[in-house]
Design a protein. Structure first.
Length: 267
């Protein structure tokens, strides 16, 4: 995994925290200093925490579990959709659907409804509906796509949650805590880091900062996925060679048996 360069974090503005009067005292270990009424985040600690989170996320990806990205704030939406989509991970960038994790069965039903509408369109059933019904179904499909389209491939609860701004996504945090799902998050100086398992102290308001952190995180996940694929390929090659050996052994056995029968006949 690539080493985090503190200089690059500085250029991206990752070090800018919130106004000192808005800070959460639990963030004190990650604050370097105060300047012009704003807290400055210690980037050396950010870099160390990024590497720690990256290693853990890579392991989760390697195990075959999905990592759900959550960011509904304006400046993070597009970045998260782009980065998470590129590595085929689910993400929520619209309003968090209440019960998304704690009532996952119901959410899956809504996703299945979306798939059944698609099937209707393919097999021609959709065209047998009246114009008004088709319009209603189209509206429902568009609504489901907007809210749940990005998680349609998530068939079970995620292996971890990655959140941008834990204050904004407090409902998602609560649900993940209830189910003991590991939480990775970008935490600014106005938030409580105790709610998160893997804290990345960083500016969660600037798009440059969000982009920088997410680029590193998704790159680590991508490495985990590549390792998993390489392991699977090696296993399948091993299975093939094992099958060939088995066939060869069976053939040799059959030949020996046949020779024995011939020898017995001759006697």
């Amino acid at each position: 995994m690539a080493k985090v360069e503190v200089k690059e974090l500085l250029e991206a503005g990752v070090h800018f925290g919130h106004l000192t009067r808005k800070w959460d005292p639990n963030m004190a270990p990650y604050v370097y200093m105060e300047r012009n009424g704003i807290h400055i985040i210690n980037l050396y600690k950010t870099a160390a925490k990024m590497e720690e989170a990256g290693a853990a996320l890579s392991k989760i990806a390697n195990s075959g579990r999905k990592i759900l990205f959550v960011a509904t704030k304006k400046q993070a939406k597009d970045i998260v959709a782009d980065k998470a989509g590129a590595i085929n991970m689910p993400y929520i960038t619209e309003r968090w659907p209440g019960g998304m994790l704690t009532n996952f069965v119901t959410i899956r039903k809504a996703v299945k409804k979306m798939a059944s509408i698609d099937r209707m369109k393919k097999d021609g059933t959709f065209m047998s509906l009246s114009k008004k019904e088709r319009l209603q179904v189209d509206r429902l499909r568009a609504k489901l796509e907007k809210n749940l389209g990005s998680i349609s491939d998530m068939t079970r609860l995620p292996g971890a949650l990655f959140v941008v701004d834990i204050k904004c996504e407090h409902i998602a945090i609560k649900e993940a805590q209830k189910l003991n799902i590991p939480i990775f998050a970008m935490v600014d100086t106005n938030s409580d880091p105790r709610q998160v398992d893997y804290v990345i102290p960083a500016n969660d308001d600037a798009s440059k900062s969000i982009d920088k952190i997410l680029s590193y995180v998704t790159s680590a996940i991508s490495e985990g996925l590549i390792e998993r694929k390489a392991e699977k390929d090696a296993e399948s090659e091993g299975d093939d060679s094992f099958d060939e050996k088995t066939v060869a052994a069976e053939k040799a056995k059959a030949l020996a048996k046949a020779k024995k029968i011939v020898a017995d006949e001759e006697e």
